[in-house]
Design a binder for this molecule. Structure first.
Ligand SMILES: Nc1ncnc2c1ncn2[C@@H]1O[C@H](COP(=O)(O)OP(=O)(O)OP(=O)(O)O)[C@@H](O)[C@H]1O
Length: 235
């Protein structure tokens, strides 16, 4: 089966620093692929390279069989890839509703339907519709950031560490919502919280020092304490 997204032989530099070395992985349609690895392993840079924000100097990123490696970020987004960055990218001065609307690529029935669905999923966003984004809690910001990416007709979502800085109970909620989204969209998830990653991930890739060093089905990693200790520092 052809992967929805395929990343091959990626080399990425940020200024003079060579950050990614021969990164490669495949994202099958309908699954959650988790990128794991210690701080600084290159997970965020990998997502930014896919989005064209830190373009690769070598290698290929292919989405639905089409090479997108050299496209600018806005064109990559229009191909159907949504990005939820680690810093959430919310407009602090705009209300929740305005944040949602400003990210809509279309205002057709399908988009409005997806917005309804996502507001059911995150009732807080409905409740605080008129509140400025800057006044939301960390968890609410995370939900807004995910909701925005979902509203467009994206076939793939790249979600960077949605659990970062959130209280465990909110992490549960965010993860539950991602689990529901999984039924509608393919997801690449960067996640340090291994418990959560292992619950919702189907497949994993471990990054270490800018390289992909291991891959497999999530249950294989659940059963492999040695691998978890070596690359993730957890038992
Ligand atoms: N703007 C930058 N300039 C120079 N080096 C950078 C820059 N951004 C990231 N790096 C370096 O690239 C490497 C990979 O960083 P990246 O943020 O992709 O890792 P990560 O696996 O997502 O880590 P974390 O979990 O800490 O976010 C790190 O060594 C980091 O210091």
């Amino acid at each position: 089966m052809e992967a929805l997204l395929s990343v091959k032989g990626i080399e990425t530099y940020i200024d003079q620093f060579h950050i990614l070395h021969d990164i490669g992985f495949e994202v099958p349609k309908g699954e959650v692929t988790v990128l794991l690895g210690r701080n600084g392993a290159g997970k965020t840079t990998t997502l930014r390279t896919i989005m064209g924000l830190n373009p690769a100097s070598q290698g290929q990123v292919t989405f639905k069989g089409e090479e997108i490696t050299k496209l600018p970020p806005y064109q990559i987004a229009r191909k159907g890839i949504g990005y939820v960055p680690e810093d959430q990218g919310i407009f602090a001065g705009l209300t929740v509703g305005e944040n949602m609307k400003v990210s809509m690529q279309k205002e057709d029935d399908a988009t409005l339907e997806r917005m309804e669905w996502v507001l059911e999923l995150f009732p807080d966003l409905k409740k605080f519709w008129k509140k400025p984004g800057g006044q939301l809690s960390g968890g609410q910001k995370q939900m807004l950031s995910i909701a925005r990416a979902y509203m467009n007709e994206n076939e793939l979502l790249l979600i960077d560490e949605p659990s970062k800085g959130l209280a465990p109970i909110i992490v549960e909620k965010v993860m539950e919502s991602i689990q529901q989204m999984k039924e509608k969209t393919t997801i690449v998830l960067v996640e340090q919280n291994f418990m959560m990653a292992s619950k919702i991930g189907d497949r994993f890739y471990i990054l270490d020092d800018g390289q992909t060093v291991h891959q497999g089905r999530m249950n294989e990693l659940n059963e492999n304490e040695g691998l978890r200790k070596k690359y993730l520092g957890i038992a």
